[in-house]
Design a protein around this ligand. Structure first.
Ligand code: S3P
Length: 438
């Protein structure tokens, strides 16, 4: 068993203190990718040193890009230009990271060399046809397994721009096609993009690329050159969300979280928790490196159940596991719909969260793409398996703040994919999470 793989919680009376969460995962991936494709040097600070982003870094190093990792979130990338990548001498293994696989498929589709993308057990069962089908329409030569999963085998090809309506509001799909669009002849126009995180658009523009943005249509002209730059990565709101909920549900809490990314296409979790009655004060709102950031002060609150606006789902997509924990602690019923995408994340988050909450004694009703949670009862202890999903493990660690008996959480090692120092920060605030590796 991997060390630090099993956690056991105990209730916490009071959470207090100030923390800074690690850098944003989505922005860290994109900084490596675009820095590698740029001409000149890019200096990154606030880079998330989690396994997912390190997998992206190692993949680009394997394609000949000199990337110097200085530690403490500092990375220097010697960009090689759009045509400067070299053929990797083996399959690129991106571990647990769906963002690496889907965004890199877009970059690799237009290269003059062949490549193969693989990942861990969880990633190898996630749907990849959503990116390979439109890439093939662009002239890519890509193959997945018969069921549309990795390995993704990519042959050298010259891409051409297409007009494409996105069937799902996915930032990974949108970003994949925008990156492929850099390599395409002509213009790539993406329609019906919906609202999903816009870090790729912001960062492409920051690297000097012109985009056509018109409502829900985004276009990119192929062949544009990127110029190396400084990238300042804000704290990850998805990581902050665990401590926001922990503070809201704790009997007493006053917690300050510094430097949290507040991009409106990402931070709907704050709106949802405020609508539930959460006492979250946004302080010192400012802009840093082209992204809005703020400090958040969170106090213990009596939450109430709400019906979550389905339009907020794509912009709070990664926070639903911990929002469900908040709902379990709220007075009344919380209803969330349009959650089908949760089924194809690192685990089937709808099923795994419903089963875990039920094991803790919470009444919930799982629909095909919905979850209704009856909050307000006392949470009991349980043994939960995260199914190898970092956000499930951290969500039940948060539930442990109020559960009367310990929650034992198995399969926690993947927390290192997005939040290596989660337990350390949790303990510093007063949460009780023991490592229980027998
Ligand atoms: C991400 C987009 C989201 C999110 C993932 C990171 C990104 O996925 O769940 O953790 O960085 O673009 P989808 O775009 O597939 O919803």
């Amino acid at each position: 068993m991997t060390a630090n793989n099993c956690w056991r919680t105990a209730p916490a009376d009071a959470l207090n203190g100030e923390i800074t969460v690690p850098g944003d995962k989505s922005i860290s991936h994109r900084a490596i990718m675009l820095g590698a494709l740029a001409e000149g040097v890019s200096e990154v600070s606030g880079f998330l040193e989690g396994e997912d982003c390190l997998a992206t870094m190692h993949a680009f190093q394997a394609m000949g890009v000199p990337i110097h990792h200085h530690g403490e979130g500092k990375v220097t990338i010697e960009g090689q230009g759009l045509q400067g990548l070299e053929a990797p001498d083996q399959a690129l293994d991106v571990g647990n990271s769906g963002t690496s696989m889907r965004l890199m498929a877009g970059v690799l589709a237009g290269q003059a060399f062949d490549s193969v993308l693989v990942g861990d057990h969880s990633l190898m069962r996630r749907p990849m046809a959503r990116v390979t089908e439109p890439l093939n329409k662009m002239g890519a030569r890509i193959h997945t397994s018969e069921t549309g999963t990795a390995p993704i085998a990519i042959q050298a090809a010259q891409l051409r721009g297409i007009d494409y309506a996105l069937p799902v509001a996915s930032a990974q799909l949108k970003s994949c096609l925008l990156f492929a669009g850099l390599y395409a002849q002509g213009r790539t126009m993406l329609h019906d993009c919906g609202v999903s995180r816009d870090h790729s658009e912001r960062m492409l523009q920051g690297f000097g690329v012109d985009l056509i943005i018109d409502g829900t249509t985004i276009g990119i002209e192929g062949g544009q050159r990127l110029r190396g730059r400084e990238v300042v990565v804000p704290g990850d709101v998805s990581s902050a969300a665990f401590f926001i909920v922990a503070a809201l549900i704790a009997p007493q809490a006053d917690v300050l979280i510094h430097n949290v990314g507040m991009n409106p296409t990402r931070a709907a979790v704050i709106d949802i928790l405020q609508a539930m009655g959460g006492d979250i004060t946004i302080l010192n709102a400012r802009e840093s490196g082209g992204e809005p950031v703020a400090d958040l002060r969170v106090k213990s609150s009596q939450l109430r159940g709400i019906t979550i606006d389905p339009r907020l789902v794509p912009i709070a997509i990664d926070e639903f596991p911990v929002i469900f924990v908040a709902a379990a602690c709220a007075q009344g019923v919380t209803r969330a719909t349009d959650l089908a995408e949760l089924r194809v994340k690192e685990s089937d988050r709808l099923a795994v969260m419903a089963a875990g909450l039920q094991a803790c004694g919470v009444r919930c009703d799982e629909g095909e793409s919905s979850l209704t949670i009856e909050g307000g009862g006392l949470l009991g202890g349980a043994t939960i398996d995260s199914d190898g999903d970092h956000r499930i493990a951290m969500s039940f660690a948060v539930a442990g703040v109020v559960a009367r008996e310990p929650i034992t959480i198995n399969n926690c090692a993947t927390v290192a994919s997005s939040f290596p120092n989660f337990r350390e920060l949790a303990v510093s605030l007063g949460m009780h999470i023991e490592v229980n590796d027998a």
